[in-house]
Design a protein around this ligand. Structure first.
Ligand code: SF4
Length: 464
């Protein structure tokens, strides 16, 4: 449950109009400022010596109303599933990105499995400064063929995939899971998904392996009862599979589960949820599976299993996931400095823009595409895009002039030309006023036009 700053304020001395209101002992100028920070989780309750018991109780209760966090897989870098505490990203932020796992089945042809394993091993892409990759691999003995299951496991161990990706093991047979988890125990604490298991079997898995488990049942009520029984033994490393009867209404079910946890504190449904994309659209092709998976990522699945591995689809899903799981209150930023592209010299052109990561990567990508040497001067504009920064006075003549001096541009080039985006052409005169002797040129509106612009660009202002 999210508690607003105003609700917290009402329980503080400031809200109760007590004598010690706004005493500043918490380090904030007013009780209201402290309450706002407390609501965001940016400070703690013990900073206020006058906090009432009502306030403590409220925060304690709300602390229990979050999704449980379950970690599995690589011991060195486990997947963190769950731990979310808001229903909508804009309320605060989503925390642990949905785990994307490639679903390999023993019923599939061995050459097909081999080719996927090789592709997964090498796949990673960089986007806005972050390395994006698949988190996990799921091995599923879907045709009760223990020999094939063993072979598949041996293969991913030999190819060292188990040292790189977190593993999910799926089978109808508890002994398959017990045996396979032992083989992986050097590097992994795999997630064990026993299909059609009983409470007794799930209890045995938890007791014997110390690995988290994924449980399933025919109906959601049965799933809740199963969790109740396991919790009596203090087990909390549990992941929920979608009950068979709910698979037709998958998005409704996922929303209902998340809403029950966040808004109604439904204790037994607080565990992360695993979905298999192909369960909700029989015979889906790669693109269809990608569309379904996008919905599952956006609407509350914590772990999504994918049957296909197509780099184009995976890239779209990773991009979607990255966009959803970045903190909306902290724009992606890059370090303000003077970046160089190609063999720059004192005659190379200089483009100047803000430190919003998407802006930087769009411009940098086009400069690279031009194959021409170029400087890129990045100002400290609090991670805002060019127009927003201009409107907020964070990308102004003064800010640009400061960056030119701070990063010693005048010592690196012998001309005095700066290039700005067409979106802020109105800054031209302001910059020229701040930077005496400099000339500002205006680039086209869209970054994609930069290569053509640079090809025809002429330095016109020389150092006097
Ligand atoms: Fe208000 Fe407590 Fe901060 Fe004092 S210490 S200003 S009472 S929140």
């Amino acid at each position: 449950m999210t508690i607003s700053g105003l609700t917290l304020f009402k329980l503080l001395p400031g809200g109760k109009k007590q004598a010690d209101a706004n005493c500043k002992k918490c380090g904030f100028p007013t009780c209201m400022a402290y309450a706002m920070k407390l609501a965001k989780g940016d400070t703690t309750l013990n900073k206020c010596p006058h906090a009432s018991n009502d306030l403590k109780d409220l925060l304690e209760q709300s602390g229990g109303k979050v999704q449980a966090l379950v970690c599995f897989g690589l011991k060195s870098d486990p997947v963190k599933a769950g731990g979310e505490n808001v229903l909508y990203r804009h309320c605060k932020t989503f925390i642990n990105p949905t785990c994307l796992s490639i679903h390999l089945k023993t019923s599939q042809r061995i050459d097909f499995l081999n080719s996927i394993i090789d592709k997964i091993y090498h796949y990673q892409v960089e986007r806005v400064g972050e390395l994006l990759k698949i988190n996990s691999i799921a091995l599923h003995n879907d045709n009760n063929d223990l020999e094939s299951f063993d072979n598949l496991l041996t293969q991913i161990i030999n190819k060292k995939l188990t040292e790189k990706l977190s593993v999910i093991l799926i089978s109808n047979c508890i002994n398959d899971l017990l045996e396979a988890s032992k083989q992986l125990s050097n590097h992994q604490r795999p997630l064990l998904y026993l299909k059609n298991g009983t409470t007794e079997q799930y209890r045995k898995l938890l007791n014997t392996t110390n690995c988290p488990i994924c449980i399933e049942a025919e109906k959601i009520e049965d799933l809740v009862k199963m969790v109740e029984k396991l919790e009596k033994d203090n087990f909390d490393q549990i992941v929920l599979a979608i009950p068979e009867e709910c698979k037709r209404n998958i998005l409704e079910t996922l929303t209902l589960i998340r809403r029950s946890v966040i808004e109604n504190n439904h204790k037994q449904l607080r565990f992360p949820v695993l979905t298999i994309a192909s369960d909700y659209y029989k015979d889906a092709d790669c693109i269809e599976e990608g569309i379904i998976s996008g919905n599952l990522i956006a609407k509350y699945s914590n772990i999504v299993l994918l049957n296909y591995f197509d780099p184009a689809v995976i890239y779209s899903l990773l991009t979607l996931r990255q966009n959803l799981f970045t903190d909306p209150q902290k724009p992606l930023q890059i370090e303000p400095k003077l970046y160089t592209f190609g063999d720059v010299d004192e005659c190379s052109p200089v483009i100047v823009t803000t430190n919003f990561a998407l802006t930087y990567f769009s411009v940098a990508g086009e400069i690279e595409a031009s194959n021409l040497p170029c400087y890129l001067l990045i100002t400290n504009s609090d991670g805002m895009s060019v127009l927003t920064a201009w409107a907020a006075n964070k990308f102004s003549g003064e800010v640009i002039s400061k960056a030119v001096k701070e990063f010693q541009l005048e010592q690196k080039i012998k001309h005095r030309n700066l290039i700005i985006s067409g979106y802020v052409s109105m800054l031209k005169e302001e910059i020229e006023e701040e930077l005496s002797g400099w000339k500002v040129d205006v680039a086209p509106l869209e970054a994609v036009e930069i290569p053509e612009f640079l090809k025809n660009y002429k330095i016109t202002c020389h150092q006097t």
